[in-house]
Design a protein around this ligand. Structure first.
Ligand SMILES: [Zn+2]
Length: 217
């Protein structure tokens, strides 16, 4: 297989997964990723080159387990031990059917074939587009991509060091070829999480590429 470091030609077997470009993850939102809104025009242009596009949407019920407000005495960005491992606690964000959960108003990807919502289970967080944070409960995206004959997964969106990271790692684990379009992502960087993400990508052989490296077939 051709290395993604050499650039990628986009045809029918490639999919762009746009992670969580929602108001709450942009400046002014409840869990803003610094400069998160900068990627909106970049992602729009990038998505226009793909036949297959999936959008993910973080979509929590009120009182979700990942909210610091659901745990007495806990503050946002503290980590707790969940039954499935460490869980960072966040400010309340992306509550179902609220303006904060809506896609950023500038996002224009009308040809996206699937909007995949995640994080609906009150008791489990879901960073990845493929599995909830227990690493065992699938979202169904693997089956969708296989039926659509997508072999190569490109990722963009928010935040690089959480939902993009875990989605990329799960895609790799599911034996898709994976590339993270780094200039179409922004990180939130909690306790060195951006550095940890880069180290993990390097260890797993997940290349970070630029928008410029992606050409239409
Ligand atoms: Zn969330």
């Amino acid at each position: 297989m051709k290395s993604m470091n050499e650039g990628a030609t986009i045809g029918g077997n490639e999919v762009l997964i746009v992670i969580d470009v929602q108001n709450d993850f942009c400046p002014g939102g409840a869990l803003a990723v610094p400069r998160g809104d900068e990627i909106v025009p970049i992602v729009n242009r990038l998505a226009a080159r793909f036949r297959h596009v999936v959008l993910t949407q973080d979509w929590h019920p009120r009182g979700h387990f990942s909210f610091a407000s659901s745990h007495i005495g806990k503050k946002p960005f503290e980590t707790i031990a969940a039954s499935y491992g460490p869980q960072v606690l966040w400010p309340d964000h992306c509550v179902q059917d609220t303006p904060g959960a809506a896609f950023h108003g500038g996002l224009q990807i009308p040809h996206a074939g699937l909007v995949l919502r995640k994080g609906m289970d009150r008791a489990i967080d879901s960073y990845s587009a493929f599995y909830e944070n227990d690493r065992a409960t699938p979202t169904g995206l693997v089956g969708y991509l296989r039926e659509r004959r997508c072999l190569r997964v490109f990722l963009a969106g928010l935040a690089l060091d959480f939902c993009v990271r875990y989605s990329a790692e799960d895609a790799r684990r599911e034996n898709f070829a994976v590339g993270v379009v780094e200039d179409a992502c922004r990180g939130i960087d909690v306790d060195g999480s951006v550095a940890a993400t880069r180290a993990s990508f390097a260890a797993l052989g997940i290349p970070c590429i630029s928008v410029q490296q992606i050409a239409r077939a």
